[in-house]
Design a binder for this molecule. Structure first.
Ligand code: ZN
Ligand code: ZN
Length: 94
């Protein structure tokens, strides 16, 4: 039967896009099936994402850059709050 190969593909488990191991799950970014060895767990925010090695390589820097910006932003807010608190205390103390 000519459709035999396609039939095998449909029935077989999803294969990793990088090696030929059975895939553990899809990449959170490109949704390619990846196995446990070919994906990285990224703790970015509330959920833990499993992204493939290629997406990890592509987005690793931009993600860390975004986090660096967020940290700077949070520190800025803390400094402003501390200054405001000190100012309020200074005004109240007069
Ligand atoms: Zn793999
Ligand atoms: Zn990916």
């Amino acid at each position: 039967m000519s459709g035999q190969l396609q039939h095998v593909d449909d029935d077989g488990p999803a294969r990793c896009s990088f090696c030929q191991e059975p895939a553990a799950g899809p990449c959170a970014s490109c949704e390619r099936p990846v196995c446990g060895d070919c994906c990285t767990l990224t703790e970015g925010g509330v959920r833990v994402w499993a992204v493939c090695l290629e997406c990890d390589r592509k987005k690793g820097r931009s993600l860390s850059g975004a986090w660096g910006g967020l940290v700077v932003w949070l520190v800025g807010i803390l400094v402003v709050l501390a200054a405001a608190t000190a100012l309020m205390g200074w005004i109240a103390g007069r």
